[in-house]
Design a binder for this molecule. Structure first.
Ligand code: ADP
Length: 190
């Protein structure tokens, strides 16, 4: 089973993805986490990505596609995957579809969080104080919202056109309340 989880920055995507991973035994693959680990380790990829990420922009498609390809080709990675933060552009979506098709797989379900923008900004500025993530500045937050609205929304349409159901989840409420909404949706897909 291959699931995609989408949500604007601050929508609680990472938290919910961790719950989905545990409950449905999917491997959670977050491109944001992978890139932050590369930056922390100071690798070549990390050096290339650091400045771009800090500004809230997307790293180049070919870079992120190569990373995901490397992981999905790894025989140790199961075919039960929850992708978080990828694909974010149409180019990335097409590359993913191709990678999956080679293995006879396809995207099975898509979850997309909906949260009002003022709530998102409030949550992210709060997280900035608590966690100090480099891209949680007001400027970078605005840029990330902008990227999400402009590019990622098109990815949702790409999957809708293919007949993949996009489940829009209300991201307001407690972590448990939101997860319950997801659980119902994923159970129906199984
Ligand atoms: P958020 O959803 O809070 O913006 P993520 O942790 O998913 O955060 O991603 C953080 C940053 O990592 C993005 O702003 C971007 O710079 C980079 N990134 C992550 N995934 C991708 C991707 N698929 N394509 C391009 N850049 C990405």
């Amino acid at each position: 089973m291959i699931g995609l989880i989408f949500g604007p920055p601050g929508s609680g995507k990472g938290t919910q993805a961790a719950h989905v991973e545990r409950e449905f035994k999917l491997s959670h693959l977050s491109t944001g986490d992978i890139l932050r680990a590369e930056v922390a380790r100071g690798t070549e990829i990390g050096k290339e990505a650091e400045r771009i990420m800090r500004a809230g922009d997307l790293v180049p498609d070919d870079l992120i596609i190569r990373i995901v390809q490397g992981i999905l080709r790894d025989p140790d990675v199961s075919s039960e995957v929850l992708l978080d933060g990828f694909p974010r552009t149409i180019e990335q979506a097409k590359a993913l579809d191709q990678m999956l098709a080679q293995e006879g797989h396809k995207v099975d379900f898509v979850i997309a969080f909906k949260v009002p923008e003022d709530v998102l900004i409030e949550r992210l500025l709060h997280r900035a104080e608590v966690e100090g993530r480099a891209d949680d500045t007001r400027e970078a937050i605005t840029e990330r919202m902008h990227e999400y609205k402009n590019l990622t929304a098109k990815v949702l349409d790409h999957y809708r056109k293919q007949g993949v159901k996009v489940h829009e989840i209300d991201g307001l409420g407690t972590v448990e309340e939101v997860f319950e909404r997801i659980r119902q949706v994923v159970n129906r897909e199984k």
